[in-house]
Design a protein around this ligand. Structure first.
Ligand code: ARG
Length: 561
């Protein structure tokens, strides 16, 4: 089913078909046409007026059985389809493909690495990581749906002097039982205590440095504690990933690159790129377009950037990626610009395939949220609060619902994810529970509710019968829905191309709104059998596509709400 192609095929005058296909567009005013061809580009090339060209094209159209009308208006050729035939085709397509509607094989034999979430060991999993994780996971699923082989990488922040401090703190004040129970919160407490005490006793810093060195040197005790902190953090983080329906194919974090940095430094030195500067080693950029990229400190220590350089080479070698994506907040814009540029200067033509998918910051509405841990807002608390609030709404709206707990979990967590993905990713977000949980707003719960509503319709009307009269969907609000349904595959591709999950969030809201408008305007139950059935088909297709879209975003679909 390709309506653009149908239009192009209907044109009998002598134009380049590929060119025409590239021009077919959805008109601004959808009452005027379903699709149109703006003739302004052609006019420039052919040195004729756009009006004349539009007339010429329109006059040559053979309408066939799908096109209801064609008209030249002010340099546009406007096409309208036969509602009923159009409707049948769209619905057949959606319902026959089902879960796979919107999938594609454009990514066949192409691998995409996506570095996202990338949490820091022994640090809280906070709201900023939520945005990052939601965006990364949505992009991961979207590319998977388009047939790419996607490798999700959690580039753990598991290296740095803070682990030396943590060992000192743990040996002085750590209590395994408490930390096993309270996880990262327990680690955070002793870490904070370390900093307080070190103000009075600077020798603690020396001890910490020694312990970090011990980790580097492979000292058994140091490594086992380091590993313990890592396991504690991962256990906690994985609980959240499970709730968010997020998975990774690799947890190769910063420490993984310990033995992979020297060869990179050697190569850069050999190529004359890595130079000394005040004892440290840096790569300088042409015309000083950016500050130099520091890759080795004067004491020999490597940096975050050094590990990212090693990781880039490792990923290329291991996965031979078509693209390597990094979902990381915009504070790191300079870091990634530097890394990508150094790779390019080192003569790697694949440097062009590296993409930093920058995103904004998250803050909470009234500055903070009451948590026992001071200023840090743990994502787990946010999810729990959202679920509790969702439960309150369900309790008041539908007190007899079975499985209330499970539904509240889907709605609460879904609301948070949806809220994170609703705006363009680069925007900063001020998170508000009331906003994301508003059942009547442009929210996750609103879309989920529309999905569940379709089920209650089927409960009332029974399943779709065999007698189908497409007159039931020959009306404006149905047509609005059909156009949206048809646009879904293109929407997925657009979202992938722009690395922008909000394209999907917005789309599912539009679809839910279009359906609710239709449902308000047209009866289903009680209509003649054929009419009822075509409307149930429409309902089924809407539900399918909402489900597919929410699935890409990582949002569950409750069957009842
Ligand atoms: N752990 C880092 C942070 O929380 C993000 C790592 C992003 N990935 C990377 N390859 N640098 O800021």
């Amino acid at each position: 089913m390709d309506y653009r192609q149908i239009i192009v095929d209907s044109i009998k005058s002598d134009f380049d078909k590929a060119e025409l296909l590239s021009l077919v567009a959805v008109p601004k005013d959808t009452a005027m046409a379903d699709l149109c061809i703006p003739c302004f580009k052609l006019a420039k090339v052919l040195k004729k007026s756009p009006m004349a060209i539009a007339e010429q094209i329109a006059a040559s159209v053979d309408k066939g059985d799908m096109i209801a009308s064609v008209e030249a208006v002010a340099g546009f050729v406007n096409f309208k389809f036969d509602n009923m035939k159009y409707g049948k085709k769209v619905l057949d397509e959606v319902l026959s493909k089902g879960e796979n509607y919107g999938h594609d094989d454009e990514g066949k034999d192409k691998t995409i690495c996506i570095d996202y979430s990338s949490v820091n060991i022994a640090k809280p999993f906070h709201m900023g990581h939520m945005l990052n994780t939601a965006i990364g996971a949505a992009i991961y699923r979207t590319y998977t749906a388009l047939g790419y082989n996607v490798v999700g990488i959690n580039h753990l922040g598991d290296w740095g002097t803070q682990f030396g401090k943590l060992i000192v703190a743990y040996k002085l004040w750590g209590n395994k039982e408490d930390i096993d129970k309270r996880g990262v919160r327990g680690l955070l407490d002793i870490y904070v205590k370390f900093h307080k005490e070190a103000e009075q006793k600077p020798e603690l810093e020396d001890e910490a440095r020694a312990w970090f060195k011990a980790i580097e040197d492979g000292n058994e005790e140091a490594l086992s504690l380091f590993d313990y902190f890592k396991q504690i953090t991962l256990k906690e983080v994985n609980k959240v990933y499970d709730r968010l329906n997020v998975k990774f194919d690799s947890y190769a974090g910063e420490s993984f690159y310990n033995d992979k940095m020297q060869p990179v430094l050697d190569e850069l030195t050999q190529k004359g790129l890595l130079v000394e500067s005040d004892g440290a080693k840096v790569v300088k950029f042409p015309n000083d377009e950016m500050p130099p990229c520091l890759l080795q400190r004067s004491d020999g220590a490597t940096l975050y950037a050094t590990r990212d350089m090693a990781a880039a080479y490792y990923r290329k070698k291991t996965y031979d990626f078509y693209k390597c994506l990094y979902v990381v907040a915009y504070q790191q814009n300079l870091h990634f610009k530097q890394i990508f540029k150094v790779l390019e200067m080192a003569g790697n033509e694949w440097a062009k395939d590296m993409v930093h998918i920058a995103h904004g910051m998250v803050s909470l509405e009234n500055g903070s949220m009451s948590t026992r841990d001071g200023n840090v807002v743990f994502l787990e608390d946010v999810l729990n609060t959202a679920v509790a609030k969702a439960k309150e709404v369900i309790d008041s709206k539908n007190p007899n619902l079975e499985d209330k707990e499970a539904t509240a979990e889907k709605v609460g967590v879904g609301a948070v994810i949806f809220g994170m993905l609703y705006n363009g990713r680069i925007k900063d977000i001020v998170f508000s529970f009331d906003k994301v949980l508003n059942f009547d707003g442009e929210t996750g719960p609103y879309v989920q509710y529309t999905y569940a509503r379709c089920n209650s319709l089927f409960e009332k009307c029974g399943q779709i019968g065999t007698e189908i009269d497409y007159k039931g969907i020959d009306n404006e609000s149905s047509k609005e829905i059909l156009k949206l349904l048809e646009k879904y595959p293109e929407t997925i591709k657009e979202s992938a191309r722009k690395y922008e999950p909000s394209v999907i969030t917005r789309y599912v809201v539009d679809l839910a709104q279009a359906f609710n408008k239709f449902y308000f305007e047209h009866k289903i139950n009680g209509e003649a059998e054929g009419i009822k059935n075509s409307r149930l088909m429409l309902t089924k297709a809407v539900q399918q596509v909402i489900g597919n879209g929410l699935g890409l975003l990582g949002i569950a679909t409750p069957s009842k709400m």
